[in-house]
Design a protein around this ligand. Structure first.
Ligand code: SF4
Length: 347
């Protein structure tokens, strides 16, 4: 496959290449490094990438990226890092992929490193900020502070790379106020995209020990959904795309406690529609018919039809409405709500 023009509307092909943990000298309280799979060696990268692309539908018409995940990419020892960069860079030059991205820690980013990544064909860097509250970061034994994230984000932007930020609601020591400050501070970094991973207690971690002794109480699912919804709305209002909410299901994931749910992202969006429906029904009365874009119907109805069963509303769809809007039929004034209208009702 040579080059290929990315067609608007088709999702990109993101080829995950796991470099699990080889760059990480840290022991964050929530991370079980034994759960990581074996890293893909640099010499296997071309095969992994071409096999993955060959398995994708219409891959030659889509934007294709290599994503080095599961570790602290910029912390990998120099000679090994060079071998990964050489392998990935060759795939860019051959037109097999259009670019490269990776995730890393905020305290392992420098302008020299970013220049090196750029030369190799990087287009994006993802920073694990997790929290912007130094007390929470210290309690989570992250080994960096919020200011490291601010500096790293600026360097990523100055290097002309896309910026992605990860946050983890519910880390030790975090309360609602601290989380709101984190979300505001992340929004101020103006990221292109974000991922929201509520903290779950993974078996074998130091966090599990704190949980067993009662020193750490994880968020319940309801609170994790609320905090994530707050962040989702605040960040999307700021022009940031939220790529994922909740840990992806995995055979290797062993959860001891906490707000893990296989459909977490759906729960968050369904909560938004529940609040919007409730507001319109308060305004227009219980008999009102709600109108929504047809692709938003599942979120309006809710997980296992929870929203419609609890609130007992009638609905229909109208594809002239933008996604994310809910309208009360027949009501002209205050007859329409959208996600940004409900942020003050969440936390
Ligand atoms: S920096 Fe990332 S990989 Fe390293 S211990 Fe923390 S969470 Fe795990």
């Amino acid at each position: 496959m040579q080059g290929g023009i990315a067609i608007a509307g088709l999702s990109p092909v993101v080829v995950p290449v796991f470099v699990s943990n080889i760059g990480c000298p840290h022991r964050c309280i929530f991370c079980d490094q034994r759960q990581f799979s074996e890293p893909v060696p640099p010499e296997d990268v071309p095969g992994v990438v071409t096999d993955f692309i060959a398995s994708c539908d219409r891959a030659d018409e889509r934007h294709r990226l290599i994503a080095f995940y599961g570790g602290t990419f910029t912390g990998i020892a120099d000679d090994l890092l060079e071998r990964y960069l050489d392998a990935a860079s060759l795939l860019v030059k051959q037109g097999i992929v259009h670019g490269i991205k990776a995730s890393t820690r905020p305290d392992m980013v420098s302008s020299e490193m970013l220049a090196r990544l750029k030369r190799a064909g990087f287009v994006e860097l993802e920073l694990g900020a997790q929290s912007m509250d130094d007390r929470v970061l210290a309690a989570s034994m992250r080994g960096h502070c919020a200011d490291d994230t601010v500096k790293a984000a600026r360097l990523v932007r100055d290097a002309g790379l896309q910026l992605v930020i990860q946050i983890m609601p519910g880390l030790p020591g975090e309360d609602r106020q601290s989380f709101r400050r984190t979300v505001d501070a992340v929004a101020a970094l103006d990221p292109d995209s974000a991922r929201i991973y509520p903290t779950v207690v993974i078996c074998g971690t130091a966090l599990e020990e704190l949980y067993r002794t009662g020193e750490y109480i994880p968020l319940d699912l309801d609170e994790a959904v609320s905090r994530s919804l707050f962040a989702y709305i605040r960040l999307t209002n700021n022009g940031c795309r939220v790529l994922r909410m909740g840990l992806p299901p995995s055979r290797d994931l062993r959860v001891a406690a906490g707000p893990y749910h296989a459909s977490f992202g759906f729960l968050v969006k369904a909560r938004a529609y529940r609040i919007m429906a409730q507001r319109l029904m308060d305004e227009a009365g219980r008999d009102v018919q709600l109108l929504v874009h047809s692709r938003d119907v599942p979120e309006l109805v809710g997980y296992h039809r929870e929203n419609i069963n609890d609130l007992c509303f009638a609905y229909s769809f109208d594809d002239r409405l933008p996604r994310g809007y809910l309208r009360a039929k027949g009501l002209t004034e205050r007859g329409c709500v959208q996600l940004k209208d409900i942020i003050e009702y969440i936390l």
